[in-house]
Ligand binder design. Sequence first.
Ligand code: MN
Length: 255
Amino acid sequence: MSDLNALAASIVDGSITVLDLTSPLHSETPILALPEEFGQTAKFALEEISAYDERGPYWYWNNFHSGEHTGTHLDAPNHWISGRGLDDVSQIPVQRLIGPAVVIDKVAEVAANPDYCLDVADIKAWEEENGKIPKGAWFLYRTGWSKFGDDPAAFANADENGPHTPGLTPAAAQYLSEETEILGMGVETVGTDAGGAMQFEPPFPCHTMLMGANKYGVTQLRNLDKLPTQGAVVIVAPLPIVKGSGSPCRVLALM
Ligand code: MN
């Protein structure tokens, strides 16, 4: 049997589990809120066209409205000024949307400090224990934050100083961008950077360095607690929006 036939048979008989890492997309799906002087992304909204009625007696369908960066979504390299001129979301080679998952777990640290930032020492400690991060991997940052995903206020965790959600230090963002060959980074929060990252130097280091290195970001993941540290395969499927800077996407793990 070929490898692909064996894979298909294992999916059919359930010996490979297909796990959905995607947050459901609806009008209350949390979205990023920037300071009010900036443009804002849209919430997801359905607009009914017909529902087996006089507008369409045999069919139900909708138009939908959404930001590119609404819900579980992919950041393409051209999203950031550092990646200006690199691939838009329709140009990303599809081979680079599928890869082995590596999971770094900081649930306890984030529970103690919502502003926790993954640092280079954390990544090196992971590599000490598990080996070098493989080429073409999706680097998944398990923080436990998805438990707030149905409560936009708790998910944003903002006070008068802005949002408090976990992220990466500038040095860690640089390490992942320059010292590894990952496809990109997946997080449970609304964006790959920490809630307070506008104050970092550079601001939004994860966006700046990953996009500048032709790598991707994937946000608002769920079920990372069900993934092994290594061994799963992750498929990220954004819409091929021509000139798009990103897209809502379905993210699946095979394990
Ligand atoms: Mn984004």
